[in-house]
Design a binder for this molecule. Structure first.
Ligand code: HEC
Ligand code: HEC
Length: 322
């Protein structure tokens, strides 16, 4: 906040409080010239206005509120740039990186503790770690093969999935264009427990260069797309597909395999199963071939830590292995 606004807010807040105090003082004084409890000389339909003072309990409550407000403003940040006597802040996570890297977050917490600042978020994290830490530690000590049978763990995994993964894979984990469906048993990188865990821990980077990085002319793309359509077992133009097969042999097989069933080490999709990451229409396939694709799955090791990834792995596995 610039110092002008800081001063503006501080002065405004204090003037309003002082104003309330003065108003209360003025209203508490009898300035009417009429004795307390006597008539003001007004009468409405037989109801007479008496000169009664403000009720004591009401005035005292008002004073208490003012005192409370002043103490609060002294202890906590509120008056412009003033930080408050307690050193309280809601969060200090902006000191770390925006991805919420655990190590940075821990460093920020340590720094705040050393400087004697009271950070509400840190206290909540500490509380959560104390409460849930042992539960996650126990999950981590359980082999994944057993964890997938633990309904309680799967529920926890489901909640973690909603918080961290749903924005890309969807809340039902069915994915969308460019984001794989995690429920269909069809895997780019493999669906074994250990492989899923590696994917989540370290992330993945699918890399299909434009035209596969091969000496392919733009005029060959329609044929290639037709061949891919044929591979997935749909109606196709035989001559065009045969041309495409010739182009495919220039090197697409290096990643997608001779049988076009894909390669799990590179995340090259199976082109024969009619399951599409980017869409199976001729137009979409042509676009993929012409411009390439580069899907990125972020790494979660440093964000969530292994304990949570372990539990999420069990949940993801359970989606396609009922
Ligand atoms: C920023 C978007 C994004 C987020 C968030 C995200 N993912 Fe992914 N994920 C992807 C993309 C994109 C791919 C496909 C990578 C590729 O094209 O090679 C992927 C791939 C995967 C795969 C591999 C699927 C396969 O077929 O082998 C798994 C498993 C997975 N994600 C699980 C998760 C989990 C669990 C989380 C939450 C902790 C998560 N993802 C969060 C974008 C995301
Ligand atoms: C260097 C390895 C590599 C080569 C060579 C390569 N691809 Fe790919 N291809 C991939 C990868 C990896 C993906 C997945 C990209 C992603 O996850 O974002 C992919 C995706 C695709 C897709 C999208 C599939 C879907 O489910 O949406 C098509 C179609 C495709 N490739 C066809 C081809 C054709 C045709 C060629 C030859 C011109 C080719 N690829 C050459 C690695 C390769």
């Amino acid at each position: 906040m610039s110092s002008f606004w800081s001063v503006w807010i501080t002065v405004l807040s204090l003037v309003v409080i002082a104003g309330c105090f003065l108003l209360l003082r003025v209203c508490s004084k009898n300035t009417t010239g009429v004795k307390e409890g006597e008539s003001m000389g007004h009468s409405f339909d037989g109801i007479e206005e008496l000169n009664n003072p403000l009720p004591k309990w009401w005035s005292y409550m008002f004073y208490i509120t003012i005192v409370f407000g002043l103490i609060y403003l002294a202890l906590f940040p509120g008056l412009g740039n003033y930080k408050g006597l307690l050193g309280w802040t809601s969060s200090n996570q902006s000191i770390g990186t925006e991805q919420g890297i655990k190590a940075d977050s821990a460093a920020a917490i340590e720094l705040a503790a050393k400087e004697g600042r009271y950070v509400q978020y840190d206290q909540e994290v500490k509380h959560a770690d104390e409460k849930y830490g042992p539960i996650f530690a126990a999950y981590l000590a359980t082999p994944l093969e057993e964890l997938v049978k633990n309904q309680e763990a799967l529920k926890v995994g489901g909640r973690l999935f909603l918080q961290n993964c749903a924005q890309c894979h969807g809340s039902d984990a069915r994915g969308s264009k460019g984001f794989p469906n995690l429920t269909d048993g069809d895997w780019l990188y493999g669906g074994e427990l250990a492989t899923i865990k590696t994917t989540i821990m370290s992330g993945r980077h699918g890399m299909m260069p434009p035209k596969g990085g091969l000496p392919i002319d733009d005029s060959e793309i329609a044929g290639l797309a037709e061949y891919v359509v044929k591979l997935s077992g749909r109606e196709h133009d035989e001559t065009l597909a045969a041309q495409g097969q010739g182009s495919f042999m220039k090197g697409c097989f290096a990643c997608h395999g001779m049988d076009a069933k894909g390669n799990k080490f590179m995340g090259a999709p199976n082109l024969t199963d009619d399951v599409w990451l980017y869409g199976g229409s001729r137009g979409m396939i042509e676009e993929t071939i012409k411009h390439g694709r580069a899907g990125v799955m972020p790494a979660w090791k440093d964000v969530l830590g292994e304990e949570k990834v372990h539990v999420i792995t069990a949940y993801v596995y359970s989606l396609s292995n009922k």
